[in-house]
Design a binder for this molecule. Structure first.
Ligand code: PLP
Length: 432
């Protein structure tokens, strides 16, 4: 078809300052979007040149900030060399990425990550493109394992109230929020939800009719509630007892975000499968489903696949990110930043009566918006006031202001963050 005769869709979008209204997206994200045009370090700039401090990191993705020349060089080099192979073949950067991830095995010869697990080790990685896809892979591997092991388990999945594992049908089926689930029902049958951190409910519910338990060490979207150490121990014991696969969704909590490489480590949680995504490849789509040997041993060629999984460009950058996160002293810096953030938030809590309990761990932090009468709408309003003051933050659940700042934020920038938060909170306080 000639260019002249080609059917074109006329663009309907309207620009209002730094916002675009009605771009040609489907309607699920709403109508009006703030348009960012560039980023550097922890800063973002919008369409009209206003500067923002990014305390969201693209929902816990840009752990090393924006506009990095080292990332650009790695991506350009790999792009010019080999951009894609499909998973019928592989590439040196993909092999290297998988090797690093499997090196996180607790039983790897010279395991530098100080993980411990008595039951086995990570023997393989299924590479994918997003968090939800990593969880789909985990659920499939668990079902396949449960049906092929010498004494098969049932097919049910156990998940938790307020969980979030993604938006594709499998991951959505083990996610709790009705607003996300209802429009797409019927979902996968055989999923049971019990209260998070409830030892009694876990003991009463879990048996060999389940193939897997899927759990977040810290509920990222569900209010930043951390798992208790007792609950982690009970999950270890009961999943072993009933030969149920324990899946830790570390998509938001992993890769150093909470102060350890995986949040499971700090809790003593001993998963059979770990899922990773978000910060894995510096803003490029990538995910990993780490699988222990006893499960991998029962997987056959062709059981699962992905055209883009392990893409050489994403893998090349992911190797670089992995080396940053696992560099000596890096996680200590995350811990120090976390302390600085926590004491800043404590000070704000004293100052503003609408701020409640601190939530989260490491640099995945939140604070409850707690005063009587405050509703969801008010939290949305607070996020708008923060934007006005040049701060990008997130929500978690219905009443928690969530922050996942880049892990490369400097101490001076943390100070600036608190000056901006204080000014925004003052304005919000007067608005009510
Ligand atoms: N699991 C957790 C814990 C998440 O926080 C998210 C996303 O926020 C997902 C899974 C889904 O990841 P994605 O949006 O990349 O599919």
């Amino acid at each position: 078809m000639s260019q002249k005769n080609a059917t074109t869709v006329s663009s309907q979008e309207i620009y209002q300052g730094a916002y675009v209204v009605d771009p040609a997206f489907t309607k699920n994200y709403g109508k009006r979007f703030l348009v960012f045009t560039k980023g550097k370090g922890v800063w973002l700039w919008d369409l009209v040149g206003k500067k923002y401090l990014d305390l969201a990191s693209g929902i816990a993705v840009n752990s090393f900030g924006h506009g990095r020349n080292d990332f650009a060089r790695i991506v350009a080099k790999q792009m010019a060399t080999l951009a894609h192979t499909s998973n019928l073949f592989t590439s040196p950067s993909t092999i290297e990425f998988a090797r690093r991830l499997v090196g996180s095995s607790p039983l790897a010869k010279d395991n530098p990550y100080k993980l411990h697990h008595p039951a086995g080790y990570f023997a393989g990685v299924h590479l994918g493109n997003s968090g939800t896809e990593a969880n789909e892979s985990a659920l499939k591997y668990a079902r396949i394992y449960a049906s092929r092991k010498p004494k098969p388990n049932g097919t049910k999945f156990l998940a938790f109230k307020n969980s979030f594992h993604g938006r594709t049908m499998g991951a959505l089926s083990v996610s709790y929020t009705a607003k996300y689930r209802t429009p797409s029902e019927p979902l996968i049958p055989g999923v049971e939800f019990i209260p998070f951190n409830d030892l009694d409910a876990l003991t009463k519910t879990l048996d060999s009719s389940f193939c897997a338990v899927i759990v977040e060490p810290i509920q990222g979207e569900g209010g930043l509630t951390p798992m208790s150490v007792d609950f982690a121990q009970a999950l270890n014991t009961l999943t072993r007892r009933h030969e149920v696969v324990l899946i830790a969704d570390e998509i938001q909590s992993g890769m150093g975000r909470t102060g350890t490489l995986f949040a499971s480590q700090a809790l003593g949680l001993e998963p059979d499968i770990i899922t990773l995504a978000k910060p894995l490849a510096g803003g490029l789509p990538a995910s990993a489903t780490l699988v222990r040997a006893h499960i991998n041993d029962l997987i056959h060629a062709g059981d699962h696949g992905s055209t883009f999984g392990g893409n050489p460009v994403a893998a090349a950058l992911a190797c670089h990110i992995w080396d940053h996160v696992t560099k000596e002293g890096f996680l200590d810096k995350v811990e120090a930043l976390s302390q600085q953030f926590r004491s800043g938030l404590e000070a704000l809590r004293v100052e503003f009566s609408f701020l409640g309990q601190l939530r989260g761990k490491g640099m995945l932090l939140g604070i409850e918006i707690s005063e009587n009468g405050l509703t969801n709408k008010d939290l949305a309003g607070l996020l708008e006031v923060l934007k006005k003051h040049g701060v990008i933050a997130l929500r978690s659940g219905s009443n928690v202001l969530r922050m996942a700042p880049p892990l490369c934020i400097s101490q001076a920038e943390v100070k600036q963050a608190f000056d901006k938060l204080r000014a925004a909170f003052r304005e919000f306080d007067k608005l009510k």
